[in-house]
Structure formats: structure tokens, C-alpha cells
Design a protein around this ligand. Sequence first.
Ligand SMILES: Nc1nc2c(ncn2[C@@H]2O[C@H](COP(=O)(O)OP(=O)(O)OP(=O)(O)O)[C@@H](O)[C@H]2O)c(=O)[nH]1
Length: 301
Amino acid sequence: MSKTHSGFVAIVGRPNVGKSTLMNHMIGQKVAIMSDKPQTTRNRIHGVVTDEAQGKQIIFMDTPGIHKPKHRLGEHMVKIATQTLREVEAVLFLVDATMPKGAGDEYIIEILKNVKDTPVYLIINKIDLIEKQQLLEIISSYKDAYEFAEIVPISAKVGENVSRLKDLIFNLLPEGPFYYPPDQVTDHPERFIVAELIREKVLHLTREEIPHSVAVEVEQMQLKEEKNMLIIHAAIYTERDSQKAIIIGKQGSLLKKVGQLARYDIERLMGSKVYLELWVKVKEDWRNRDHLLRNFGFTEE
Ligand SMILES: Nc1nc2c(ncn2[C@@H]2O[C@H](COP(=O)(O)OP(=O)(O)OP(=O)(O)O)[C@@H](O)[C@H]2O)c(=O)[nH]1
């Protein structure tokens, strides 16, 4: 049998540039969580892309949106991101073609300068939204800022150039084993994915009213095999009573909607019926408390 090739690849970029969309397009299944709000992807989610015929496997690290640390959660995210970049075969630095290079991008470029031996690909995303002339302008604004291995314009949403990018990464991979079975797309605990799906619904349905500080903890997840029914109890944590009231909604209407939408997604993901109970709880200022961060799985023990 011919030898297999494999390796880890990190995706970095400002919040909302389309990291999750790109990863999901490559994997072909909803794994990372997409939202219009920044910073929904807090933990490192491994997405696995395998081409058995070619004997290639990429393991994607979906790093959180790097940004200047303002509080403990921010510092933690930056630490995870920097660690990740040192461990990988390549870094995909995603930027948004519709936005001029900003302080956030320059901050990431500064971080990338500390990761010398890893090739960095500049991926200009959302080209479906711009004219060719704008693309040339955005390329010239980046090309001298860093020695990129290559600059690749794509549209993660419509899939333009995504397979070219995939081939480019395949060709970088060193010889190595398949770390995951070919049909596996993520090694993340199911509880985490379920919690993120619920969080995504809360963010979508509340729009600007609820900050991304909302957290979800799955307290219980149990399969009743005789009914092929998954019983899930989850708590939604907010920082204030006023936020709790918004999430519950008039006579519980918003929370009910969150539950319905989340249940639909979880059922598709797990392939079983789901019974979902949701609570909303208030934990003041949880973002600055270490032990709470650990509880929510944001730091390594
Ligand atoms: N038109 C267009 N929209 C895109 C494209 N890629 C992503 N988007 C949209 O941009 C928004 C943000 O995309 P995400 O994939 O959630 O961004 P992200 O970088 O993972 O965001 P964080 O998890 O917050 O860091 C979503 O509304 C996507 O639908 C693209 O190629 N074209």
C-alpha cells in the first residue's frame, strides 16, 4: 500500500471573516458554529478532512478570533491560538475581502511573526461580494506586510477556489498516518457541540440584545436506547437578570424557540430523537473568574 500523508492546519483571522464557514465547506458538514456575531468559536475544534483515494488527511484547528486581550477570556484565547500556530504544518490567515486591512489584522500579523517556521497562506475570503479591482487593492495592502507562502482568494460561502485551496494543503502534508478514521469529522466531545448549537440559537434569536458572553453548559446527556431518544438538560448562563429575561422572552416564547431550533439541529447531528430541557441562570461576571472558566472548559486543567 502506498504511504499516507497527514498534518495539522490552523485557521486564524479576525472574528467574522468566515473561518467556520470555510472549515465547514471543506468538511462538508456542520461542525464549527456559524453566527453573525464575533467569537462564537471559543475552543479548538478539530475538523478532519480525509481523501482516502489520495491517502491524505488534514486536521483543522479552528482557532478563536485573535484579538487584543481585554479580560481573562481574551488572554486565554490568544494563548491557545499562539500555541496552536507553533504546532501546525501550515497556517491559513483568513481576511475579509470587504473590509480594509485593520488594526485587528495587523495585530494577527504581529503574532504570526513569532511563528517563523510555519508557512502562512493569506486567504482572502468573501470575494463573491467584491469587484476584481477591489481584490487587487486588498492584495497590495497585504503583500508587503508579511512573507506569505501564497495568496489565495476564495469564497467560503459559495465554494469558489476552495477545492484548489484544499489541494494546495494536501500537497504540503508530510508522510504520516491517518490520525482519525476517514469517516470521522470531529474529535470534539458531543456535549460541547450540543452546547455550541444551543448558544448559536440564542445569539441568532436575540441579535444585538445579548452579548457573546452568554455560555451554555450541558448538565446531562443520556441516551434512552429503547426509545432511541437522547435526553439533554442544559443551562444557559447570562451575566445579568435583564439578559435572563430577554432570553426567556414573553411567557417563555424565546426560550421555546431556542429549544425547537436547537433540538432540530441536534437530532440531525446525532441521528436520534431529542428531548431538550433548557434553563436560564445568572452568573455575574463569570468571564473574569478562573474557576468558572475551567468549569466551562475554556482552560486546560
Ligand atoms: N458573502 C459571503 N459571506 C460569507 C463568506 N464566508 C463567510 N461568510 C459569512 O460571514 C459570517 C461570519 O462567518 P463565520 O464562518 O461564522 O466567521 P468566523 O470567522 O468563523 O467567526 P468567529 O467564529 O466569530 O471567529 C457569516 O454570516 C457567513 O455566512 C463568503 O465567502 N461570502
